[in-house]
Design a protein around this ligand. Structure first.
Ligand code: ADP
Ligand code: MG
Length: 222
C-alpha cells in the first residue's frame, strides 16, 4: 500500500469508526499516551488486550515492533507501552508517535483480507483473499469491479483457493460464510459511499464459526 503526497492514512481508530458505521465489527479500543493510562484503559477494556503504535509514518506496524498481543496484567501493559515506543523510535526516528491504541483481543480465527483500490482502467475495485501474515506468501486473492451484485460477491468468496478453509477443512467446522458475504457487501458500500477514500484494507478480518471481527484497518483518503 502506498501513500502519495496528496493522500493521508487515517489512524486505525478512525478506520474502525468509519467501518463500524457500515456494520463492519471492530474491537473496542482506547488511545493512550502514557504507560499508566495504558494499564487503566486495559483494565477497563478487560484483559487480555493488544497494544499497537499509532503513527502516520508507520504503515506496517508489526515490522516496526509496533504490535504486542496477549497482554494480561497492568504491569505488562505498562511495559508494552514503553517497549512499543522504544522499538518504533529505533525503527524510524522520524516517526511521529501519536499514542498507543489499546484494543480488546479478538479470539483466534481464520485471517482474511478485504481491500479496495482505484484501478486506472476499471475504477473502484474490491479485493478479497487470505489475510494476516499469509497474505503475501500465498497471494490468494480475487478481485471484482464495483458496483457488484450479490452473486458476484458470493462467487468472489468461493473463487479463492483458501475457500476450503472457510467451508471447513478436514472435518473442521465451517466458518460463517453468510457473515463474510454481508461484511464484504458492507465494505463495498463503505468504499462506494466515501468518495474521498482512495484505498483501504481490512487485514486481517478474523472469521469465526459465528461472526467475525476486523482487527486492523488502513484507510487512505484524499
Ligand atoms: P500490521 O500493521 O503489521 O498489519 P496488525 O494491526 O494487522 O498490524 O497486527 C498484526 C497482527 O496482530 C494481526 O494480523 C493479528 O493477527 C494480530 N492482532 C492485531 N490486533 C489484534 C486484536 N485486536 N486481537 C487479536 N489479534 C490482533
Ligand atoms: Mg494488518
Amino acid at each position: 500500500m502506498s501513500t502519495h503526497a496528496n493522500t493521508k492514512m487515517l489512524s486505525e481508530a478512525d478506520g474502525y469508526d468509519l467501518l463500524r458505521k457500515f456494520n463492519v465489527p471492530a474491537p473496542v479500543f482506547e488511545i493512550v499516551t502514557s504507560p499508566e493510562a495504558a494499564a487503566k484503559a486495559a483494565g477497563k477494556i478487560g484483559y487480555p488486550v493488544v497494544m499497537k503504535i499509532v503513527s502516520p509514518q508507520i504503515i506496517h506496524k508489526s515490522d516496526a515492533g509496533g504490535v504486542i498481543v496477549n497482554i494480561k496484567t497492568d504491569e505488562e501493559a505498562k511495559a508494552a507501552y514503553n517497549k512499543i515506543v522504544t522499538s518504533v523510535k529505533a525503527y524510524n526516528s522520524a516517526a511521529e508517535i501519536k499514542g498507543i491504541i489499546v484494543e480488546e483481543m479478538a479470539k483466534p480465527g481464520l485471517e482474511l483480507i478485504i481491500g479496495g483500490k482505484i484501478d486506472p482502467a476499471f475504477g473502484r475495485v474490491i479485493t478479497f483473499g487470505l489475510g494476516g501474515t499469509l497474505v503475501e506468501f500465498f497471494k490468494d486473492v480475487g478481485i471484482r469491479i464495483l458496483p457488484c451484485s450479490d452473486d458476484e460477491l458470493r462467487s468472489l468468496i468461493k473463487q479463492i483457493r483458501g475457500y476450503t478453509l472457510i467451508a471447513g477443512y478436514r472435518g473442521e467446522a465451517p466458518k460463517d460464510e453468510e457473515f463474510l458475504f454481508q461484511t464484504l457487501k458492507n465494505a463495498c458500500a463503505f468504499f462506494e459511499k466515501n468518495d474521498n477514500v482512495t484505498e483501504f484494507d481490512i487485514n486481517p478480518l478474523r472469521l469465526y464459526e459465528k461472526g467475525g471481527c476486523a482487527v486492523d484497518a488502513r484507510v487512505i483518503i484524499q
